[in-house]
Design a protein around this ligand. Sequence first.
Ligand code: APR
Length: 481
Amino acid sequence: MQKNKIIGSLIGLAVGDALGAAYEFKRPPYNINENYITGGVHNVSIGEWTDDTSMALCLAQSLIDKNGFDTKDQMDKYLSWYEDGYFSTRSECFDIGNTVARALASYKNTDEPFSGIAGDNNSGNGSLMRLSPIALYYYQDKEALIKYAAQSSQITHKSELAVDVCIYYAQLIAGAVKGYSKEELLSNEFIDTKDMRKEVINVMKGSYKEDKVYKPTGYVIDTLETALMAFYRFDSFEDGLLHVISLGYDTDTVGAVYGQLAGAFYGHNGIPKKWTNALIKYNLLYSTAEELYNNSSVQKVNFNDEMHKKIHILVGDITTINSDVIVNAANYRLLGGGGVDGAIHRTGGSKILDECKFLRKTRYPDGLFTGPAVATTAGNLKAKYLIHTVGPKYRFDSNHVELLESCYKNSLMLADDYKCESIAFPSIATGIYAYPKDEAAKIAYTVINKLLVNTRYIKDVVFVFYSQEDANIFKKSNHIK
Ligand code: APR
């Protein structure tokens, strides 16, 4: 799920940029074509994107190359685009904004990456248009997300308005990647507006819902308001983007801004094939987004608190967790399946299946019963071991409470026997085996809390949920804040 959304956001940015590019600076009303067209101020080709996407690719590549946020490397890549056409669709850079050009010229002279120009009159959308990679890389770490959304703007756009819009919009994109609904994303409570400029709060509180004439200029507040209006009013990636492009003015950038949020919300699968198939350098964009996903989604849980044993609750794909042990919600055959089982075998690779087949030939000729736990290699996963356990089928196993308790108990103690210090659990039995999530939550949390005091090596237990909603059910069921 997250991967589809992460790829959707970067591709959505490029599609919005490319579709809008031929209409840049036009004044409405005018007819628009539902497919890419050539022409415009930069005489673009079919599916050709501009500076918005070039800078987003520079930012994405920097995050990947540097394993995180590096202002100097970002500015070096932006300068390489400006001077040598790095990540441009052409051999040279084209369609660069004034504020970016001035910041890059200043950086070239001073070697100071924070070369953004401050002041409300420098509040262009040039840092917002490339923002997506920050949200995609840090969507699981709110503190880092806010910090680097701000800094990614300040290196070229120090204006408080540009910075605050980036802080706001990065959290919207991250929330969309995590699967929040549109109502949740657009609710007044979704973002902490403390210290934000009133112009940004005014949009956030709903100015984009007003029935008025929208004028999507390069001013960052206009861009934000128009992109949110289209995201709010329409129910598909396509309809929202076509509406944005029909409004004229800074059509490529407002398209790119809308596309990065809508692409994260509707996912790559929600972007019409007629646009992705004709997008220039689509494979480059797709593979860059995939690398962002692979690098960003490793949830670096801080397993370094020597003193205290801790229980963590995370939202994401369990195959990306950097714990010593990952627990698989298997079935008795031990030969793979759907859900978590499928994800683990897909990502972990064939070594896991080979060991499972050996277990079936030796210790478990009739399969693994419900409740016990058995360890194998974790294959390509970041963990040291995989522990397989088979959850109870809620409607079939009458003693499902004891069986589910055994799954958690046996997995935890086996991990401890293997001298592991951290273990990640999925929500066992609550998918295909239909165990009610709230009932399972209480059982899992009670068993782990009771046993964790007795473990010799295990210090960290991570409960991993595939959606924020499931994590909220777990917390609510166990009265966790
Ligand atoms: N990471 C984290 N959680 C996930 C993932 C993932 N990659 N994929 C699914 N989940 C969640 C589901 O949303 C559900 O809440 O894990 C929970 C358990 O779902 P299942 O995988 O369906 O496991 P279970 O209910 O125990 O049923 C086991 O399903 O996967 C097959 O082969 C398995 O037949 C067995 C059955």
